[in-house]
Design a protein around this ligand. Structure first.
Ligand SMILES: NC(=O)c1ccc[n+]([C@@H]2O[C@H](COP(=O)([O-])OP(=O)(O)OC[C@H]3O[C@@H](n4cnc5c(N)ncnc54)[C@H](OP(=O)(O)O)[C@@H]3O)[C@@H](O)[C@H]2O)c1
Length: 328
């Protein structure tokens, strides 16, 4: 495993962080058992992963706490989140503090390393900053968590408007941002700010459904080509990103997807979250995240074909049926 310092938090973290949410939720979202989820977390620990990202909303805090029981607390970095998303943008400061206390109980820990507001929409940012953050900072002073963070709601804010404010605010030590091969706009809109302000950056949506569900990529290409947003030839093949797979290049589209985000320039302060409930996927994804960058010619081709797209493939569990292009 490779380790980096997560921006100004100073935390030493693995470059790959196990996401305990998404569609997989450690496998629980796909019908696997808690025992299997615990085994998956232990497998990740054995392979050197030390950062785990969960949330009150995922229903995986307790299983993470159970899996980490017996592991010296300082050897792991636990990130979790207060429910504060598009469905409850006016959540009160008291409810965020209650949620923090509940997370501590669920995780069976004395402190959380990174406590984040979950999925803050641009219109809710002022409330998050003026009302919720001050209340949470009082709890931080009591030792309940170490660093305050914020995550964007990628499907509702594909242009990263919220994070463009938050990254420069000095309040949030960690930011979570959506970034992948066909949604690259954080390169220009967010990463310069997170680098300048040394905000620890967690990347989400590297693979999601668009690169993992059979047929979804080809269907998305057809839709984009119909709107003249990608060249027509990409709509005429069932394997539109096949050009990435060759000797010296990626071994699969998913391998390419993780290597692409991992080696984004400035990536030394970035951790890639990957979500899975499958032990084989966990192993191969870590191998991808530790592999060299994609060949420069492939990176350049991805930038020229897709660098202008905004918001492709940002499906959320409750929005899955609407998964499509959100950009102009
Ligand atoms: N706003 C927010 O705060 C927010 C939003 C989204 C995500 N997140 C965080 O980011 C984490 C990662 O996001 P994500 O879950 O979307 O992760 P992801 O790594 O982009 O995508 C994971 C999806 O791809 C599948 N997959 C992974 N590896 C695979 C492989 N090798 N072969 C085939 N399929 C594979 C997984 O299914 P399998 O289980 O079958 O592997 C899962 O459905 C989340 O768990 C969460 O912690 C936060």
């Amino acid at each position: 495993m490779d380790y980096v310092t997560l921006g100004r938090t100073g935390l030493r973290v693995s470059v790959a962080g196990l996401g305990c949410g998404g569609f997989s939720r450690l496998g629980l979202g796909r019908g696997k058992s808690e025992t299997e989820a615990v085994a998956l977390i232990h497998q990740a620990l054995d392979l050197g992963v030390n950062l785990f990202d969960t949330a009150a909303a995922y229903g995986t805090e307790a299983v993470l706490g159970k899996a980490l029981k017996g592991i010296p607390r300082e050897e792991v970095v636990i990130a979790t989140k207060a429910p504060f998303n598009v469905s409850n943008p006016n959540a009160s400061a008291e409810s965020a503090v209650d949620s923090l206390d509940s997370s501590l109980r669920q995780l069976a820990t004395d402190y959380i390393d990174i406590y984040q507001l979950h999925g803050v929409a641009p219109a809710a940012y002022d409330h998050a900053r003026e009302s919720i953050a001050p209340a949470l900072l009082k709890e931080q002073a009591k030792g309940k968590f170490r660093h305050l963070g914020i995550t964007e709601t990628a499907p509702h804010d594909p242009e990263h408007n919220m994070l463009q404010r938050a990254a420069a605010d000095g309040l949030w030590d960690v930011a979570m941002v959506g970034f992948h091969m066909m949604h690259q706009n954080a390169r220009d809109t967010v990463f310069p700010l997170t680098r300048e302000h040394r905000v620890g950056t967690l990347l989400m949506f590297a693979v999601r459904n668009i690169f993992s569900r059979p047929g979804q990529l080809a269907a998305t290409m057809r839709e984009l080509a119909a709107g003249d947003e990608v060249p027509q030839w990409l709509a005429e093949t069932e394997d539109p990103l096949g050009f990435l797979i060759h000797e010296g290049g990626a071994g699969s589209v998913i391998d390419a997807a993780y290597r692409f985000v991992r080696h984004e320039p400035g990536v030394d302060v970035v951790v890639v979250l990957f979500g899975t409930g499958d032990p084989d996927h966990l192993r191969t994804n870590l191998a991808s995240l530790l592999a060299p960058p994609l060949p420069e010619a492939d990176r350049a081709r991805l930038a020229s074909l897709f660098g202008h797209l905004v918001g492709v493939g940002l499906d959320a569990p409750h929005l899955a049926r609407r998964a499509r292009h959100w950009g102009p």
